[in-house]
Design a protein. Sequence first.
Length: 399
Amino acid sequence: MKFNPADNIQDLQYFGEFGGVNPSISDSSTYTFLSAKTMFDTFEGNAEGCYLYSRHSSPSNLYLGEALAAMEGTETANVAASGMGAITPVLLQFCGAGNHIVSSRTIYGGTYAFMKNFLPRLNINTAFVDITKLDVVEAAITPNTKVLYCETVSNPLLEVADIEGLSKIAKKHNLKLVVDNTFSPLSVSPAKMGADVVIHSLTKFINGSSDTVGGVVCGTQEFIDSLRNVNDGASMLLGSTMDSLRASSILKNLRTLHIRIKQHSHNAQYLAERFEKDGITTVYPGLTSHPSHELYKGMINPEYGFGGMLTIDVGSLDKANELMELMQNRNLGYLAVSLGFYKTLFSAPGSSTSSEIPEDEQKEMGLTDGLIRFSIGLDNDIERTYTMMIDCIKELGIL
Ligand SMILES: *Cc1c(COP(=O)(O)O)cnc(C)c1O
């Protein structure tokens, strides 16, 4: 049977303590042991199924982790308090002083800042490369490189990483391929293409209601156990633990992810095609004009489409700001960072979410001042939305 992430989530059946249709929320930070010996064994990592303390694991977090592992097709997963709380322990678990990372240069601003400004304090350095050029990626590898890092679809430029190609390079050089799949849940299953670790910020599409932050690391049992190890596990010791109440609410939202992703993709595809036809510079992986359209088409689980993210370029930051303010006044979306909400969100990444990246580097990677990043919402009638958006664009003389 073909791997289908949403079917895998659907097949999970969890009951609550009293036969509830949702699993019970564990309302405890610590757990009793019937024997002192079992407590000792648990500290040694040998008591399968025993709960110790909630920074290590809790029933609610394990339910959510299991569902996300089913979605990504990995052995298991570990949830965290935020996307950054998932990313940073993974890098610190794989890398120590003297080690090296090869990363895509177009990644989430926080991840970039962590690699660029924070990890060098620990003598972990990163080469930032154009991830779409496999020869450039391979040339950046040094004897100290441990991790190859990318986002499936990059933020904010929507470049596509050739995960199978990168995985071959990673295997050849004995590196771990770590993929941030936040922009493309369900659409892309990186572990099925050779990624060793798949990360999400649950804050975005997966939770989908912009009411919490959360993160997850999906990988092998061995790696997840190492992250949770009481003696030297980066997740356990850095302490970015998700709260049980949040885990249970994210799990409920995950149950509708497939419906939402299809609608986000449908709406984004429609708008991207119309904007492009109108002569607006539009970047969307579902457009044949996207440099990696064919590659991405071969990577996605087609029923979930090309995703909800698109960018347009309106020429200048002033125009971008005017347009975003006007669209917000007309209730077409919110001028806000983040993504994956029911409502369209837009921001100018150069001066916001990617402002950690120095201006000259922004220019070099093609991040222009007039770029607006859209996370397209779940609008019922996208043609109506389009008509109202294009009115705003014309009114401001952008077209
Ligand atoms: C938002 C985001 C993150 C960080 O997640 P938080 O939940 O905000 O910590 C990481 N990667 C990508 C691609 C993101 O969009």
